[in-house]
Design a protein around this ligand. Structure first.
Ligand SMILES: [Zn+2]
Length: 139
Protein backbone atom coordinates (compact mmCIF):
# COMPACT_ATOMS: atom_id res chain seq x y z
CA UNK A 1 0.00 0.00 0.00
CA UNK A 2 1.33 3.36 -0.94
CA UNK A 3 2.08 5.83 1.82
CA UNK A 4 0.59 8.69 -0.09
CA UNK A 5 -2.22 7.41 -2.26
CA UNK A 6 -2.96 9.79 -5.07
CA UNK A 7 -6.33 11.46 -4.70
CA UNK A 8 -9.21 10.88 -7.03
CA UNK A 9 -9.52 13.96 -9.17
CA UNK A 10 -13.13 14.92 -9.71
CA UNK A 11 -14.68 17.90 -11.47
CA UNK A 12 -14.95 19.56 -8.08
CA UNK A 13 -11.43 18.94 -6.92
CA UNK A 14 -9.58 19.33 -10.23
CA UNK A 15 -8.78 22.97 -9.55
CA UNK A 16 -7.25 22.04 -6.21
CA UNK A 17 -5.17 19.11 -7.41
CA UNK A 18 -4.12 20.68 -10.69
CA UNK A 19 -3.57 24.26 -9.53
CA UNK A 20 0.12 23.54 -9.49
CA UNK A 21 0.14 23.78 -13.29
CA UNK A 22 0.41 27.53 -12.83
CA UNK A 23 1.61 27.43 -9.23
CA UNK A 24 -1.63 28.66 -7.68
CA UNK A 25 -3.29 27.15 -4.62
CA UNK A 26 -7.02 27.25 -5.33
CA UNK A 27 -9.61 26.79 -2.61
CA UNK A 28 -13.36 26.47 -3.11
CA UNK A 29 -15.44 29.47 -2.12
CA UNK A 30 -19.15 30.17 -2.04
CA UNK A 31 -20.17 33.16 -4.15
CA UNK A 32 -23.33 33.64 -2.11
CA UNK A 33 -22.01 33.78 1.45
CA UNK A 34 -18.25 34.10 0.71
CA UNK A 35 -17.38 31.05 2.84
CA UNK A 36 -14.16 29.25 1.93
CA UNK A 37 -14.26 25.48 2.34
CA UNK A 38 -12.23 22.35 1.78
CA UNK A 39 -12.41 19.67 0.51
CA UNK A 40 -14.17 21.02 -2.55
CA UNK A 41 -17.79 20.01 -3.04
CA UNK A 42 -20.52 21.22 -5.40
CA UNK A 43 -22.56 22.62 -2.49
CA UNK A 44 -21.62 25.26 0.07
CA UNK A 45 -21.54 23.63 3.54
CA UNK A 46 -22.67 26.92 5.10
CA UNK A 47 -25.67 28.03 3.03
CA UNK A 48 -26.16 25.06 0.67
CA UNK A 49 -25.77 27.29 -2.38
CA UNK A 50 -24.48 25.57 -5.50
CA UNK A 51 -22.90 28.80 -6.69
CA UNK A 52 -19.42 27.73 -5.65
CA UNK A 53 -16.07 27.46 -7.33
CA UNK A 54 -12.33 27.56 -6.90
CA UNK A 55 -10.63 30.87 -6.19
CA UNK A 56 -6.93 31.64 -6.19
CA UNK A 57 -5.15 32.25 -2.89
CA UNK A 58 -1.69 33.62 -2.19
CA UNK A 59 -0.62 30.09 -1.25
CA UNK A 60 0.48 31.22 2.17
CA UNK A 61 -0.53 29.46 5.36
CA UNK A 62 0.25 29.16 9.05
CA UNK A 63 1.27 25.96 10.81
CA UNK A 64 -1.42 24.97 13.35
CA UNK A 65 0.05 21.67 14.43
CA UNK A 66 2.54 19.11 13.22
CA UNK A 67 4.10 15.75 13.90
CA UNK A 68 7.46 14.38 12.94
CA UNK A 69 7.44 10.94 11.37
CA UNK A 70 10.50 8.76 11.67
CA UNK A 71 9.03 5.74 9.94
CA UNK A 72 9.74 5.30 6.23
CA UNK A 73 6.44 3.92 4.94
CA UNK A 74 7.88 3.41 1.49
CA UNK A 75 11.40 2.42 0.44
CA UNK A 76 12.09 5.73 -1.28
CA UNK A 77 10.84 7.91 1.55
CA UNK A 78 13.24 10.17 3.32
CA UNK A 79 12.83 10.36 7.08
CA UNK A 80 12.24 12.18 9.24
CA UNK A 81 9.53 14.18 7.56
CA UNK A 82 6.96 16.58 8.92
CA UNK A 83 3.20 16.21 8.55
CA UNK A 84 1.42 19.43 9.40
CA UNK A 85 -2.02 20.97 9.59
CA UNK A 86 -1.89 24.46 8.15
CA UNK A 87 -4.52 27.17 7.97
CA UNK A 88 -4.70 28.97 4.64
CA UNK A 89 -4.09 32.70 5.14
CA UNK A 90 -6.53 33.89 2.50
CA UNK A 91 -9.22 31.33 3.26
CA UNK A 92 -10.38 31.71 6.88
CA UNK A 93 -11.51 28.41 8.37
CA UNK A 94 -9.76 26.25 5.80
CA UNK A 95 -7.13 23.85 7.05
CA UNK A 96 -5.07 21.46 4.97
CA UNK A 97 -3.16 18.40 6.09
CA UNK A 98 0.08 18.52 4.22
CA UNK A 99 3.78 17.83 4.38
CA UNK A 100 6.43 20.43 5.16
CA UNK A 101 9.55 20.47 3.01
CA UNK A 102 12.81 22.42 2.90
CA UNK A 103 12.89 22.61 6.69
CA UNK A 104 14.52 20.63 9.48
CA UNK A 105 11.92 19.03 11.75
CA UNK A 106 13.71 20.74 14.65
CA UNK A 107 12.96 24.13 13.15
CA UNK A 108 9.21 23.72 12.72
CA UNK A 109 7.06 25.72 15.13
CA UNK A 110 3.35 26.28 15.57
CA UNK A 111 2.56 29.64 14.03
CA UNK A 112 5.30 29.35 11.42
CA UNK A 113 4.45 31.07 8.14
CA UNK A 114 4.68 28.72 5.17
CA UNK A 115 4.03 28.91 1.45
CA UNK A 116 2.83 26.35 -1.04
CA UNK A 117 5.16 24.42 -3.30
CA UNK A 118 3.77 21.80 -5.65
CA UNK A 119 5.03 18.28 -6.10
CA UNK A 120 4.10 17.02 -9.54
CA UNK A 121 3.03 13.36 -9.47
CA UNK A 122 1.40 11.93 -12.56
CA UNK A 123 -1.40 14.33 -13.49
CA UNK A 124 -1.79 15.96 -10.12
CA UNK A 125 0.16 18.47 -8.10
CA UNK A 126 0.39 17.76 -4.39
CA UNK A 127 0.40 20.99 -2.42
CA UNK A 128 3.27 20.86 0.07
CA UNK A 129 4.50 23.77 2.13
CA UNK A 130 7.86 25.29 2.98
CA UNK A 131 8.85 28.10 5.31
CA UNK A 132 8.48 31.62 4.04
CA UNK A 133 11.80 33.39 4.12
CA UNK A 134 11.11 37.07 4.51
CA UNK A 135 13.69 39.32 2.86
CA UNK A 136 14.17 41.15 6.15
CA UNK A 137 15.07 37.91 7.95
CA UNK A 138 17.51 36.84 5.29
CA UNK A 139 19.70 39.91 5.63
ZN1 LIG B 1 -22.51 29.71 1.04
Amino acid sequence: MSFQPLPDVTDDSAAFWQGGVDGVLRIHRCRQCSTWFHPPTPVCPECLSMDVGPEATSGRATVQGFSVNMQPWAPDMEVPYVVAVVSVTDAPGVQLTTRLVDVSPDAVTVGMLVEVIFQHVDDIYLPLFRPVIEPSEAS
